[in-house]
Design a protein. Structure first.
Length: 467
């Protein structure tokens, strides 16, 4: 859709002419994220500087019924920031301040475009810890993390984004500005609008400030890489570690192809992978007492030695630890650099991981596609990268979606669900009927209608096309 000149003029009055962009290059740049190869340029890109400007933009969009999509760092993998109906691309990049680090109450107030890692480093300097660490933490923004309820490697011990959000300043689709809760650790006052906003994928409101909980910083960690000769045994070992009474700070699964592709893609990783190794677990324990951590590491070693493993690598230096984490965090980017792919974000109870992995491979054989699996095994979150390889376009576009539906059906049958941390967005929405009944979906859509009766805010996301 093209916007009338009077609309563009009004947007320029709100944010200034230099923050309104209609050229094709800028629109294309803001028209994609990291979801496959989709590009949906907005009609105009607008860059507000504060909540009042966001409010004025949404009031205008609501009056004229213009689709408006909040755009963050565009690191998402479900198409949540794609402007599929064009309209206004609302880039939040100018709202990028850490407003206050409250060391007395262990809280921080930030604007949405603060980079996750920048926040982590800022609070680290004060002896504090923000645990949420998506693989894209060096580029993703806190606002997007909240919109998608992002997780990361340390979610199994510390929780995901929702566990750290205390209060949000949100601009509603009609332009009203509200705070959703209170800056308190406990709050049983009315409906929990804060948690309703977390994970709502930009469909209910636009986040302009967030108050987040912090933790005291842990000073020590132990990191080990465990090679397995059988991939399903690596999955089985995950549950065994927890049953032994150990809660690692991170427990990551990487099958053989994931590591091979990453080592070829990323320089500076020197890990010996034998031909017989089929999977690895990257396991971390953290705390303040090195002696206790070594006891926990030794107990983990006792557990994994019950399986068919090779020699365990203990990272001796910070450089070696950083190299191992660099390898794990680069897997998705490495796969994308090598092939056209689709990434699915399955999650099951951790004991079901071996059955999920086996089922995914069987479904791939049935439909003729190869998959590369890795993820946050400690909380049952397995990322499935489906590789196009030499598949024909016809099979890629017709047969592979059938296989994806079967993967999600398997996931739900194992008491799991469609997404652990990437969200539903654009690419997963037509699988929602697998996880939810009609009444579930109708209730969600009614909630959307209460907040956004004109359906202007991030339309075309979450809900199936035929709902």
């Amino acid at each position: 859709m093209s916007l009338q000149p009077e609309i563009l003029q009004k947007l320029a009055i709100i944010v200034g002419e230099t923050h309104v962009f209609t050229d094709q290059e800028t629109r294309n740049h803001y028209g994609h994220d990291e979801t496959e190869d989709y590009v949906f340029p907005p009609s105009v890109v607008v860059k507000p500087a504060n909540a009042n400007e966001v409010s004025a933009i949404l009031k205008l969009a609501n009056d004229y019924k213009i689709p408006t999509t909040p755009i963050g760092a565009r690191t998402g993998l479900s198409g949540g920031a794609l402007c599929i109906y064009q309209g206004i691309g609302l880039s939040m990049e100018r709202l990028n301040k850490i407003i206050e680090i409250d060391e007395q109450n262990l809280q921080v107030t930030v604007e949405p475009a603060v980079i996750n890692q920048v926040l982590r480093e800022a609070v680290d300097e004060k002896g504090l810890f923000y645990p949420v660490d998506p693989s894209s933490m060096g580029s993703c923004w806190i606002g997007g993390n909240i919109a998608e309820n992002a997780g990361g490697a340390r979610a199994l011990k510390y929780g995901v984004t929702k566990d750290y959000v205390l209060n949000l300043e949100v601009v509603l689709p009609n332009g009203e500005i509200i705070w959703t809760g209170a800056n308190t650790l406990k709050n049983s006052t009315g409906y929990n609008l804060t948690q309703l906003m977390v994970g709502s994928e930009g469909t209910l409101g636009v986040i302009t400030k967030a108050v987040l909980k912090l933790l005291p910083k842990n000073n020590h960690n132990v990191l080990m890489l465990v090679p397995f000769f059988k991939a399903h045994e690596a999955c089985e070992a995950v549950s065994a570690i927890f049953r032994a009474g150990i809660t690692p700070s991170a427990l990551e699964f990487m099958e053989r192809d994931a590591i091979d592709w990453t080592i070829r893609f990323v320089e500076g990783i020197s890990v010996t992978i034998k031909p017989e190794h089929q999977a690895h677990l990257l396991i971390e324990v953290d705390g303040n007492y090195p002696d206790i951590l070594m006891q926990e590491a030794e107990k983990i070693l006792t557990v994994v030695e019950q399986f068919d493993i090779d020699e365990v690598l203990f990272a001796d230096t910070e450089d070696q630890k950083n190299a191992l984490w660099k390898m794990r965090r680069a897997v998705g980017e490495a796969v994308k650099s090598n092939s056209i792919y689709k990434e699915e974000d399955t999650v099951v109870p951790r004991y079901m991981l071996p059955e999920l992995l086996s089922g995914i491979k069987n479904i791939g054989n049935k439909y003729g596609f190869k998959s590369v699996c890795y993820g946050h095994a400690g909380d049952g979150n397995l990322h499935v990268n489906i590789i196009k390889g030499d598949l024909s376009d016809e099979n890629w576009n017709t047969e592979v979606p059938k296989g994806i539906r079967e993967i999600f059906e398997l996931t739900v049958s194992l008491k799991g669900t469609l997404s652990g941390e990437h969200g539903i967005g654009f690419v997963q929405k037509n699988y929602m009927d697998i996880a939810f009944s009609k009444i579930h979906l109708e209730l969600m859509e009614r909630i959307k209608h209460v907040f956004d009766p004109n359906n202007i805010l991030n339309p075309g996301k979450i809900f199936p096309d035929d709902l």
